[in-house]
Design a binder for this molecule. Structure first.
Ligand code: P61
Length: 472
């Protein structure tokens, strides 16, 4: 037997190793399952990873939403919850944190991101108006449509190409937006809906240059520019890394500068903000704020708690400050990249460049023999679970849903399976296990058959849809 000198990960990649800027104080034990157990669980779940019981999952990469590990300081903050119905002191801490780090003037808490999307859509969209955005997100588009808006995708074409190496694939194509304004008139545009690190495109960032250009265009036409800030801290990391003039600025400085070009933002705090539940809306315009503050009491709760407990707001205020630390974000994105680098090196097709929160397997290239209507990305999620108990998420035709007018499936260009990395939860060893399982499924790809959908709910169908295997 030949003996190879073991190498650290840093040595293998020709650099000095780095490690997470935290240590583990408490652990949650994981349950391992057999293939037979997983097969049974998968069938019971209708081959939909959303319908699996989490007890049957080994490494849970379904989402980075609400799955972060909170710090000891956040947990300590939970004990400082002021559960007053009105005027909780934790609300004022949250307000101060948002003003300090995001820079907006007025804040409305909500129970999570879609609560905020609901409110802003109801107030800022008139029936029949267009809402241009940088690719759709499921809940965002649905709330825009429920408010009577017509979503228009104005992202760069390159965002729909998983192999394009453009450094800012999340950018809005300003020419597409200008053409829409010219065709429909500025009064028919509700607002421009800009998301930081575009989720469905593979976590791809937006550049500072792009938001500046959008600001100028919106000012010219008197149109508002609102930001989905859900993963905007991660977006700031890519600006620091890739955009000229930002290498020496801190993540906190970049975040605030970017937000400064927008009129307001909505947030799922369950991501960047390092909490298990929460969201918020923030605007600079007093009149808009008054309307939002009025509507929040109808759907979420009083304007100083918006569906949250005081302790949740305290944890969020502390999480916001932790989330903008450069060492945190470097290690968070570094872990995602570590997994991405392994898979890329092994020739497994993933969306490039690797984005902020997840690795997106390109199911079209993974299973070139499957038609899109055979749900390649859903199939891949099911196969991965069966192989190792790793849970991932379909982001393809099932997620895209149907055109409300024609009733036809949307056939998105991107047919992806998302391996989403929770923040501060898993180790490098877990990433190795994940990478090896993806490789095992990849090696067996030729024999894999697709799926058919046998149950389809009306709204956001992917959450509860059921599938059956197609027999060869
Ligand atoms: C996720 F399968 N994301 O990525 P809420 N904006 C953005 C999000 O990523 C987002 C929300 C608004 C989730 C959870 C989720 O189709 C799905 O706090 C950019 O979840 O209400 C949520 O924020 C909504 C998973 C949502 C899905 C919808 O895993």
């Amino acid at each position: 037997m030949t003996h190879e000198t073991p190498k650290t990960m840093g040595q293998q990649f020709g650099r000095r190793s780095w490690a997470e800027p935290w240590k583990i104080k408490m652990v949650e034990r994981l349950r391992m399952t057999t293939r037979e157990e997983r097969d049974k669980a998968l069938i019971e779940a209708g081959l939909n990873t959303f319908l699996l019981k989490s007890d049957d999952v080994y490494i849970d990469l379904l989402t980075d939403s609400g799955t972060s590990a909170m710090s000891d300081e956040q947990w300590a903050g939970m004990m400082l919850g002021d559960e007053a119905y009105a005027g909780s002191r934790n609300f004022y801490h949250l307000e101060a944190a948002l003003q300090k780090y995001y820079g907006y003037k007025y804040i409305v808490p909500t129970h999570q991101g879609r609560g905020a999307e609901h409110l802003i859509s109801q107030i800022a969209i008139k029936k029949g108006q267009f809402v241009p955005g940088n690719m759709y997100f499921t809940t965002t588009r649905l709330h825009q449509e429920l408010a009577g808006g017509i979503f228009v995708d104005v992202i760069l074409d390159k965002a729909h190409d998983p192999n394009s190496l453009h450094p800012f694939k999340g950018n809005i194509d300003v020419a597409k937006l200008e053409a829409l304004i010219a065709r429909e008139g500025a009064s028919k545009i509700a607002y421009v809906s800009l998301a930081g690190t575009v989720n469905m495109a593979g976590g791809q960032p937006v550049s500072m240059a792009n938001v500046k250009e959008l600001r100028a265009l919106c000012d010219k036409h008197g149109i508002k520019l609102y930001l989905d800030a859900t993963r905007m801290v991660e977006n700031a990391f890519f600006i620091q890394e890739r955009e000229e003039g930002y290498a020496k600025k801190t993540i906190a400085e970049i975040l605030k500068e970017f937000c400064g070009f927008t009129d307001g933002a909505w947030m799922s705090a369950k991501k960047d903000n390092l909490v298990n539940i929460g969201g918020w809306l923030a605007v600079n315009d007093w009149t808009m704020f008054e309307e939002l503050r009025n509507l929040v009491v109808v759907y979420e709760g009083l304007h100083t708690y918006g569906g949250l407990a005081g302790r949740d707001m305290e944890a969020m205020a502390i999480g916001i400050a932790e989330s903008v630390e450069d060492a945190h974000i470097k290690s968070r994105i570094g872990q995602v990249r570590y997994l991405g680098d392994l898979l890329t090196d092994w020739g497994i097709p993933i969306v490039q460049p690797v984005g902020g929160h997840a690795i997106f397997l390109n199911a079209r290239e993974f299973y070139p023999h499957l038609k899109q209507i055979e749900f390649p990305a859903q199939t891949l999620a099911a196969e991965l679970y069966l192989d190792s108990g790793i849970r991932s998420m379909e982001r393809g035709i099932a997620s895209a849903g149907r055109d409300a007018k024609t009733g036809d499936h949307y056939y998105p260009k991107l047919e992806l399976t998302r391996l989403t990395i929770p923040r501060r939860v898993y180790t490098q060893a877990h990433m190795d296990v994940v990478a090896e399982s993806v490789k095992a499924v990849f090696d067996a790809r030729g024999a894999t058959r697709g799926l058919k959908m046998i149950y389809e709910p009306k709204y956001l169908r992917f959450f509860q849809a059921r599938f059956e295997r197609l027999i060869a």
